[in-house]
Write a protein that binds this ligand. Structure first.
Ligand code: M6R
Length: 615
C-alpha cells in the first residue's frame, strides 16, 4: 500500500525521488519522506505527515544537501498513525543508515523485544523501525557489509515486505528486497532505479527488470545484481514498459478518475486488439492450453472489490459460452475456508495491480492445492501473474485514481474474451460471429454513452449532492453493475450506498424504501429476455409505489420503463453480456460528479489506497 522509490546515478536525486513519489502517491498518501546521501557522504532525511505536497513544501523551504543516492516513500499507515515520526525513512546506526518499507512485518513484536533488550531506543510505533534497527545492528556487527547485513535481516523477517536501504558509508549503493510485495528495477544509462512499480521511473526509462519472490537487489550507477535470500545469484526477467510517461499524467483533466473514465473505449479496444482472428476469439497467450480447458469441470474466479464484480459478470459469460460451472469467491474468504478444489479446477484471479495481497494468497493457495491458475491482470511484471500458470493481460494502461474504472471495463472485456475462447475450445459455441461483432462494437458504444449522458448524469448528481443514501438494483449481469455502482459512490463520495439483486428486494431491502429514496435500476433489454425485463419493471413499480425516486438505466427505445421512471439514462442496444460495459459508465460519472459537487478529492479518497498489499 506504500510507494517506494530508489535512485543511484550522477544526478541530484531529490527531484527524481519526488517525481517518482508523485506517480506512486496513489498507493498511499498519509505521509511521505526522502533520504539522500550527499557528495560529502553524509545522510540527510526529511519526512512529513500529510500528502506529498507537505513534504515538497518543506523541502522547498529548506532543501536537503544535493546527493545522487536516495530513497523515497509515500505511506498508507498500518502500525502507528500518520505522523511525522512514523513516516518513513527510519534511521539506524547513529542515523547513518536509512530504510523504507512497504508491507507488514508480522514478527515485529518479538524482534522489537529482542532489540529493546539490546538497548535499542525506538522513536516510532512502526514495524519498519524494527527492520531498520535490526539492519543497523547486523551492519555494525559484520564490519560494514550492507548487502550481507541486509540478507541476514530479510531472513529473520516474517510477513510481507519490500525494503530499500542505504548507508552513508556506501554512497552509490541502494539495496532492496521483496517478499509478497512489489519491487521492480528501472535500467538507465549510468543510473538505475527501484520502484514499487514502473510509474516510479517511467519518465527516465522504459527498460525494466522484474524481481522474483524472496530476492535481494543491489543497484549502483553501473550495475544491478540480484540474489535470492540464500545469496545465490539470480537472473532477473527483463521487460519493456509498453506505455509512456504521458499515460501516467493527468493531462488537461480535472482528475485522474475523469481521465480514466474517458479512456474506457481505448482500454476496451486495446484489450480486444490481437485477440480476434477470422471472426473467432483466439487469445494467443493461451496457446497450448486447450487440454486444460477441456479437462476442467469447474472454474473459480477469485478477486477483491471492483475486480470481484467484474468476476461476477464473467461467471454469467463463461457459463453461457463455455458451459462449465463457475463460482466467484472473494479472495480473502476463499483462502481461509477449505474449498474443494483440485486438478480439475481452474482458478482465475483478477487484479488490476497484480499485487493485491488477498488475491495473491488465494492464487498461491490454489496452486498448492493442485488447481490450475490463470490471472487477468493490468500490470506487467506484477506478482500475481508471475505466480500463475497463465496470464491474460488487460491493456487499460496505468490506472492511477483509487476508484477503479477503466480497469474494470478491461477486466470484463478480458473475461468475455476468455469465455468465448473457452467456448470455442470446448466446442460449446457453434457460431460466435454475433458475439464477436458485439465485442468489436463495444468501444464505439461506450464512447457514445460518455458523450450522450455525461451532462445529464452530472446534472443529476448536482441535484443530489445532499443525498444521504442511494440504492442500486439489477438482475442477471445488471446485478454486479448495481454492486459496482454502489461501491463507486461509497468510495469517493462517502455516501451510504447498497447494491442489490432486484429479486432480493422483497426479501428485506424494500424496507429501506421511503419517500424520496433515490434508487438506480439497471433494466436489461427486453430483446434478451422479455421475462427478466418484465420482472425488473415489476420491481420498479414496487419501489415506486413506496415513494422511491427511480433512476432507470435502460436501452434506447425501452418504452415500458418510461411511465415509472423519474429519470431515464439511455444506453445503446447491445447483447446481454455486453450491456454491463455500457451501463456502468453513467454510474461512474454519477459517483464522480457527486463527489466533486461535495468538494471531495475523487482521486485520493480517505482511508483508501490503490493497491492493497496487506491482508
Ligand atoms: O488491484 P486489484 O484489482 O487487485 O484491486 C482490487 C480492489 O482493491 C480494487 O478493485 C478496489 O475495490 C477499488 N478501489 C475499487 O474502485
Amino acid at each position: 500500500m506504500c510507494g517506494i522509490v530508489g535512485y543511484v546515478g550522477p544526478r541530484p536525486s531529490q527531484d527524481i525521488l519526488l517525481a517518482g513519489l508523485a506517480r506512486l502517491e496513489y498507493r498511499g498518501y498519509d505521509s511521505a519522506g526522502v533520504a539522500v546521501i550527499d557528495g560529502d557522504g553524509s545522510l540527510g532525511m526529511r519526512k512529513k505527515a500529510g500528502k506529498l505536497a507537505v513534504l515538497r513544501d518543506s523541502l522547498a523551504d529548506a532543501p536537503l544537501p544535493d546527493g545522487s543516492t536516495g530513497i523515497g516513500h509515500t505511506r498508507w499507515a498500518t502500525h502507528g498513525g500518520p505522523t511525522d515520526v512514523n513516516a518513513h525513512p527510519h534511521l539506524a546506526d547513529d542515523d547513518k543508515l536509512a530504510l523504507i518499507h512497504n508491507g507488514i512485518i508480522e514478527n515485529f513484536s518479538a524482534l522489537r523485544e529482542e532489540l529493546l533488550a539490546d538497548g535499542v531506543v525506538f522513536r516510532s510505533e512502526t514495524d519498519t523501525e524494527v527492520a531498520a534497527a535490526l539492519l543497523g545492528r547486523e551492519y555494525a556487527g559484520n564490519g560494514g557489509d550492507l548487502e550481507l547485513a541486509f540478507r541476514s535481516v530479510v531472513n529473520r523477517l516474517e510477513g510481507a515486505f519490500t525494503l530499500l536501504a542505504m548507508h552513508q558509508d556506501h554512497p552509490g549503493l541502494v539495496v532492496g528486497a521483496r517478499r509478497n510485495s512489489p519491487l521492480v528495477i528501472g535500467l538507465g544509462e549510468g543510473e538505475n532505479f527501484l520502484g514499487s512499480d514502473v510509474a516510479a521511473f517511467i519518465e527516465h526509462t522504459r527498460k525494466a527488470l522484474a524481481i522474483g519472490q524472496d530476492q535481494i537487489v543491489s543497484i549502483t550507477p553501473d550495475a544491478v545484481t540480484v540474489v535470492d535470500f540464500a545469496g545465490t545469484p539470480v537472473q532477473p526477467e527483463p521487460f519493456d514498459v509498453s506505455w509512456d510517461a504521458a499515460a501516467a499524467e493527468k493531462g488537461g483533466w480535472s482528475s485522474f478518475m475523469a481521465k480514466e473514465v474517458a479512456e474506457q473505449p481505448e482500454a476496451v479496444a486495446n484489450t480486444i486488439r490481437g485477440r480476434i482472428q477470422d471472426g473467432q476469439v483466439v487469445i494467443p497467450e493461451l496457446d497450448g492450453l486447450d487440454e486444460l480447458f477441456l479437462g476442467i469441470n469447474r472454474v473459480i474466479i477469485t478477486a477483491c472489490g471492483t475486480a470481484s464484480y467484474a468476476a461476477l459478470v464473467g461467471k454469467y459469460a463463461i457459463e453461457q459460452w463455455a458451459r462449465v460451472a463457475v463460482d466467484v469467491e472473494l479472495a480473502h474468504e476463499f483462502r481461509y475456508r477449505d474449498p474443494v478444489i483440485g486438478a480439475d479446477t481452474l482458478v482465475v484471479s483478477i487484479s488490476q495491480s497484480g499485487e493485491t495481497m488477498d488475491t495473491l494468497m488465494a492464487v498461491k493457495y490454489a496452486r498448492e492445492r493442485g488447481a490450475r491458475t490463470l490471472s487477468i491482470c493490468n500490470t506487467q511484471g506484477a506478482t500475481i501473474p508471475r505466480e500463475s500458470d497463465a496470464v491474460v493481460y488487460t491493456h487499460a494502461g496505468p490506472e492511477v485514481a483509487v476508484a477503479s474504472t477503466k480497469a474494470f471495463s478491461a477486466q470484463i472485456t478480458a473475461l468475455l474474451l476468455l469465455g468465448l475462447h473457452m467456448g470455442r475450445v470446448r466446442g460449446a459455441v457453434a457460431d460466435a460471429s454475433v458475439d464477436v461483432a458485439e465485442l468489436a462494437a463495444l468501444p464505439e458504444k461506450i464512447a457514445s454513452v460518455l458523450e450522450g449522458e455525461q451532462e445529464h448524469v452530472t446534472q443529476l448528481a448536482g441535484w443530489m449532492a445532499d443525498t444521504r443514501s442511494v440504492l442500486f438494483l439489477g438482475r442477471h449481469v445488471g446485478y454486479p453493475i448495481a454492486l459496482e455502482g454502489a461501491l463507486k459512490l461509497k468510495e469517493i463520495s462517502y455516501i451510504h450506498a447498497e447494491g442489490f439483486a432486484a429479486g432480493e428486494l422483497k426479501h428485506g431491502p424494500i424496507a429501506l424504501i421511503e419517500p424520496g429514496q433515490p434508487v438506480f435500476v439497471l433494466v436489461p433489454s427486453p430483446r434478451h429476455s422479455a421475462l427478466v425485463h418484465s420482472k425488473v419493471v415489476s420491481n420498479i413499480q414496487e419501489i415506486r409505489a413506496r415513494g422511491a425516486r427511480v433512476i432507470v438505466i435502460a436501452e434506447v427505445g425501452d418504452a415500458a420503463v418510461l411511465p415509472f421512471a423519474d429519470e431515464v439514462i439511455h444506453i445503446p442496444l447491445a447483447g446481454a453480456m455486453f450491456e454491463p460495459l455500457l451501463a456502468v459508465v453513467p454510474l461512474q460519472i454519477f459517483a464522480m460528479a457527486l463527489a466533486t459537487a461535495k468538494g471531495l478529492d475523487v482521486d485520493q479518497p480517505r482511508n483508501l489506497a490503490k493497491s492493497v498489499t496487506v491482508e
